[in-house]
Design a binder for this molecule. Structure first.
Ligand SMILES: C[C@@]1(CC(=O)O)C2=NC(=C\c3[nH]c(c(CCC(=O)O)c3CC(=O)O)Cc3[nH]c(c(CC(=O)O)c3CCC(=O)O)/C=C3\N/C(=C\2)[C@@H](CCC(=O)O)[C@]3(C)CC(=O)O)/[C@H]1CCC(=O)O
Ligand SMILES: NC(=O)c1ccc[n+]([C@@H]2O[C@H](COP(=O)([O-])OP(=O)(O)OC[C@H]3O[C@@H](n4cnc5c(N)ncnc54)[C@H](O)[C@@H]3O)[C@@H](O)[C@H]2O)c1
Length: 220
């Protein structure tokens, strides 16, 4: 069984070219924008949402059919038209330039596929069915979303601050590990869920013996 290798890419300010402007293209564009990519859409027509984004200058739109050369300088490419021939052409051109390409109607022509994603600030949970059933990936996302509530954002933000503090102030790796384990097993999440923020905060401060937490994530 061939599977895809999961990684997280830094796409902020990188050029991502989407060929096609339909509903599927729109879905890919929205997630690219969320993570700060520079998006160029090439398509004679585009959805209303894409059109509004183009007018607002959030995406660059070339209102025409795909042409050889459109992919130059791209970090990622999406072949997202409703024409298999055009998608195949985009794929071939991307391969020629060693640019990673996603072809929305043919997994064989994908260097990468887009997972279903739960997004809770720094916490991301990505689900893939290796392309076997996107509908199931979506269903699993919806199930998991109920469990991974907003409190995880603040908890993770605190864990990061605790980690940074311990890396500076606790030289013993074993002790650090023990504290991280204790913190993730502590009732902090339950307390946050019940809005008992100060009690939750006190648990973190019991490890550091000084006040370190600032609420950076702004989720409360
Ligand atoms: C996760 C998500 C991300 C996103 O797109 O952002 C995503 N598809 C989503 C939804 C969705 N897509 C489709 C349906 C209808 C039900 C169904 O067919 O199951 C639904 C459900 C719905 O819309 O309700 C139809 C469909 N999808 C693909 C094909 C073509 C093919 O298989 O060749 C066809 C058939 C077209 C036809 O019928 O001809 C292909 C791909 N779709 C993928 C991702 C990649 C594999 C991900 C994985 O590993 O599972 C892959 C391989 C390539 C890619 O797109 O990267 C997003 C859910 C977001 C969310 O809500 O969480
Ligand atoms: N990967 C997925 O998640 C997924 C989900 C559903 C469907 N699909 C597949 O994706 C295909 C597209 O779906 P859609 O709903 O976005 O289609 P759509 O018909 O809404 O959009 C197609 C777009 O391609 C553009 N286009 C056509 N020829 C072009 C060219 N030569 N150059 C540039 N742009 C061109 C059109 O202008 C249009 O904007 C479907 O045929 C289906 O097989 C994929």
């Amino acid at each position: 069984m061939e599977r895809f290798y999961p990684i997280f890419l830094r796409i902020k300010d990188k050029l991502c070219v989407v060929v096609g402007g339909g509903n599927v293209a729109e879905r890919k564009v929205m997630t690219l924008l969320e993570d700060g990519a520079k998006v160029k859409v090439i398509s004679p027509d585009i959805t209303k949402t894409l059109s509004a984004l183009a007018e607002a200058g959030e995406v660059e739109w070339k209102p025409r059919y795909y042409e050889v050369g459109d992919l130059l300088g791209a970090f990622l490419v999406y072949a997202a038209t409703n024409s298999q021939e055009v998608n195949q052409q985009v794929y071939t051109d991307a391969q020629k330039h060693s640019i990673l390409v996603n072809t929305i109607d043919n997994q064989e022509l994908c260097d990468f596929i887009v997972p279903s994603r739960i997004d809770k600030g720094k916490l991301q949970i990505c689900i893939s069915t290796s392309g076997a059933s996107p509908a199931l990936a979506k269903q699993i996302r919806e199930e998991l979303e109920e469990h991974f509530c907003d409190e995880y954002q603040m908890f993770l933000d605190w864990m990061q601050q605790l980690r940074e503090w311990l890396l500076k102030n606790e030289p013993d790796e074993q002790t650090r590990r023990q504290i991280f384990k204790q913190a993730v097993q502590s009732p902090i999440l339950e307390l946050l869920r019940e809005q008992r923020i100060e009690e939750a905060r006190a648990i973190i401060h019991s490890y550091t013996k000084e006040l370190i937490l600032t609420d950076q994530c702004g989720c409360n």
